[in-house]
Design a protein around this ligand. Structure first.
Ligand code: MOS
Length: 764
């Protein structure tokens, strides 16, 4: 009977599967489990409150931590009176630089394979202050309330030193090259300045974007305990292996002595790596000899978790009268702290979005005395596309060409800087499909010409883009058991984006099983693999790791099947998976189930581990996700208030593994982009480096009433160079949104706002 329902066997990746060489055979299969709109498998746990988050692990004898933060940006602690706090009810420990254990600084992110620290400053090792908000004391008490009260009793005075906290002052002193992983963030092709000067049509503008803070629903937290010299950290993490290795380095213990788990994360967005709170929690736990829960308040997140730095950008375009670009210039400054290596790389989208014979790109930096900034959803692209796509809109107005047509006209045929072919680029289709669906043809191209009562109505569009990445270090373990179930273990992460669900689908399809036979286990540093949930690359990394492990598993299964099997004599390349077993690719009557293979060979289970090939595909091909965004706004002519009325994202991101979770990713990104466009701004006091709005009451993010109907659609064309045919979708959603809104506001009002966010005062 099994044979009746058997379809063509799913071919396996050849042993020599090389990204850059043979495409993943799975992309040739028809949508089965892959491509199905499966609800999140972690959803029921979350709505029942049964999903343990980092601050919900209850350990015996646990103490609660509260933190005190400095109020000056630079100098030293002159006095620190802790006696009242130590005497307060329930207090077990007050830790300061005077009694903290000796620790090394965190290894700064990207300076080693598994370095994950947000900064590389000494942590409570001396009396030095490096930023306004630096933690200077940790109180541990029997309850959170007792800890919070006790910390309020600590008194500190400072010997403040002159600090550099103003961007204008820093710029006047001179800029430095922006370095990203040691390389200057710059690129040049031809002579862009000369070509621009000679271009018949020119646009040359300055754009600015403010600081942004991380505001995941779940504030940062860790529950930590020591078992002898072994450190256990229940963390909210998008980098469990990086955190384990880095904490080992800080405390002078081996990586294997640190166990980091992170089964559920309430949003990451680039902010949930290693910051000082995990180190302080572990240090205080060591001193107190008891487990510790350190859960940051919302203010705590603003004080000690880096966000996105501000940018001041120049975007200049030179064009022929027919609209063809002859020069693109995208330069500017993004300040960083000294204890950090992340100048916001806003030139990234300009590297691949449009063709031009002359291109000049450069990010410079200055160093301010401030909290280290870090990755925040689409670092670079989210704010870089604001400048790029606003400038393209300004050029479309100057040329009198429809902005959709201008963008399609200037599509490159190969990577504009590297000259490599695109692996798959269907952005023109995305533009056409999106324009049709949105009703772009109904737009009045004359600005400030459509009214609806006291509302001025306009439409705008913009390109979204984010590169495909896949990081090295991918490994996974697959275990098949005699009951026919399979478990995949990989040190990956679920921050709410649907990782576990999508990969349950992929594994089911790859192994020819049903989804309820598949367990996808993640979020544990004891699992194989170094899979950062960042750079929108986790899905590709997991996919490549599972391919590698699966291939090892097949060989193992064929060995176990032996000479009495219908599979006898077949090599791994000649078999595929179907119906809970293996079959000959072109003759599925030669089939044996996993259960049968394991039973006949007397095995309870078979386990296989494999490591992904190096990500060579990005050397051979230029690989990017794309999107075409359409926005309709109403701007109130009396109050200046902007309301987004409709939004549509039309994406080309390769194959979509799960339309339901993918749509949520796109929509979530767009919503974050609406915040970037209209309201998000960290108010930074340039006199003293203090963040002035460290709460969701004063730092505005979109609420339901700010979010209109968001329509998302996609090409679903598999990328032949990506595992499973899928490029990333985690970050592209936020890109381009700032410009799509600003361009719609221009169409509505005739006012061009080049400084985010688009608050009403700028439109009055
Ligand atoms: Mo993302 S900013 O790489 O989590």
């Amino acid at each position: 009977a099994a044979m009746d329902v058997m379809e063509k066997a799913v071919a396996l990746a050849p042993d020599s599967w090389m990204p850059g060489g043979e495409p993943d055979p799975l992309i040739r299969t028809k949508h089965g489990s892959i491509g199905a709109s499966i609800p999140r498998i972690d959803g029921p746990l979350k709505v029942r409150g049964a999903a343990p988050f980092a601050a919900e692990f209850a350990l015996d004898g646990m103490l609660y931590a509260a933190l005190m933060f400095s109020t000056v940006p630079k100098g030293r602690i002159a006095t620190l009176e802790t006696a009242a706090a130590e005497a307060a009810p329930g207090v077990a420990l007050v830790m300061t630089h005077r009694n903290a254990p000796r620790m090394k600084p965190m290894p700064l992110f990207m300076t080693a394979e598994k370095a994950g620290g947000g900064d590389n400053l000494p942590i409570m090792q001396d009396d030095r202050i490096h930023w306004n908000g630096q933690p200077i004391a940790v109180v541990l008490a029997e309850t959170q309330e007792q800890a919070d009260h006790a910390v309020s009793l600590i008194r500190a005075t400072y010997e403040a030193e002159a600090a550099l906290t103003s961007l204008a002052t820093a710029r006047a002193k001179g800029t430095e090259p922006g370095l990203f992983m040691g390389q200057p963030l710059k690129a040049e092709k031809g002579d862009a300045e000369a070509a621009f000067a000679n271009a018949p049509v020119r646009v040359d503008r300055r754009y600015s974007t403010p600081r942004h803070n991380h505001n995941a629903i779940e504030p940062h937290a860790a529950t930590v305990m020591w078992q002898g010299d072994k450190l256990i950290v229940h963390d909210a993490s998008q980098a469990v292996q990086h955190t384990a290795w880095s904490l080992g380095d800080v405390f002078g213990i081996a990586e294997e002595q640190v166990h980091v788990t992170s089964p559920f994360v309430g949003g990451g967005f680039g902010g949930k790596c290693l910051w000082q709170h995990q180190v302080l929690g572990a240090a205080a736990s060591k001193l107190a000899g008891r487990p510790v829960r350190i859960a940051l308040s919302r203010e705590g997140v603003y004080r000690m978790i880096g966000g996105r730095t501000l940018t001041e950008q120049r975007f200049a375009i030179g064009a022929e009268p027919d609209g063809r670009f002859v020069a693109l210039i995208h330069t500017g400054v993004a300040p960083t702290s000294r204890q950090n290596a992340f100048p916001e790389p806003f030139i990234l989208p300009t590297m691949s979005s449009y063709g031009s014979p002359n291109i000049k790109l450069e990010v410079e930096t200055v160093h301010l005395d401030m909290l280290a900034n870090t990755f925040m959803r689409a670092p670079g692209e989210s704010v870089g596309t604001f400048a790029m796509e606003s400038a393209i809109d300004e050029m479309a107005v100057a040329l009198g060409i429809d902005p959709v047509e201008l963008r399609i006209l200037n599509q490159p045929t190969e990577d504009p800087l590297k000259g490599t072919p695109f692996s798959s680029r269907h952005i023109a289709e995305a533009w056409r499909a999106g324009a049709e669906r949105f009703g772009w043809s109904k737009r009045n191209p004359t600005a400030a010409s459509v009214r609806d009562g006291e509302w001025l109505v306009g439409m705008g569009c913009a390109t979204a883009t984010y590169p495909y990445h896949r990081m090295p270090g991918g490994a996974a373990r697959i275990t098949l058991t005699r009951d026919g179930a399979v478990k995949v273990e990989i040190a990956a992460h679920e921050m709410g984006m649907g990782t576990a669900t999508a990969h349950t689908q992929v594994v089911a399809e790859r192994l020819g099983l049903s989804r309820d036979q598949v367990t996808f286990a993640y979020g544990d540093s004891m699992f194989p693999g170094v899979v950062l949930a960042g750079g929108s690359q986790q899905t590709a990394s997991i996919g490549a790791s599972v391919i590698a492990a699966h291939h090892v598993l097949i060989k193992e299964l064929l060995k176990l099947a032996g000479n009495d099997s219908p599979l006898a004599g077949l090599s791994a390349e000649e078999v595929g998976t179907v119906n809970g077993g293996l079959a000959k690719l072109d003759d599925t009557s030669r089939h044996e189930s996993y259960v049968s293979i394991l039973t006949r060979s007397g095995r309870d289970h078979v386990s296989a581990e494999g490591s992904a090939s190096a990500p060579l595909e990005t050397m051979h091909w230029s690989m990017h996700s794309f999107g075409a965004l359409f926005c309709e706004v109403g701007v109130n002519s009396v109050t200046g208030e902007t309301r987004v009325r409709r939004f549509l994202g039309s994406y080309d991101c390769g194959r979509i593994l799960n339309p339901k979770t993918a749509a949520s990713q796109f929509r979530g990104g767009i919503i974050m982009g609406l915040g970037l466009a209209l309201m998000e701004e960290t108010q930074f006091d340039e006199r003293n480096g203090r963040i002035m709005n460290p709460s969701l009451a004063e730092y505005h993010v979109p609420v339901h009433l700010d979010v209109p109907e968001i329509d998302v659609t996609w090409t679903d064309i598999p990328d032949p160079r990506a595992p499973m045919g899928a490029r990333g979708i985690g970050e592209i959603g936020i890109t381009g949104v700032g410009a799509a809104v600003a361009n719609a506001v221009f169409n509505a009002t005739g006012k061009r706002i080049r400084d985010l966010p688009l608050t009403l005062d700028k439109l009055m």
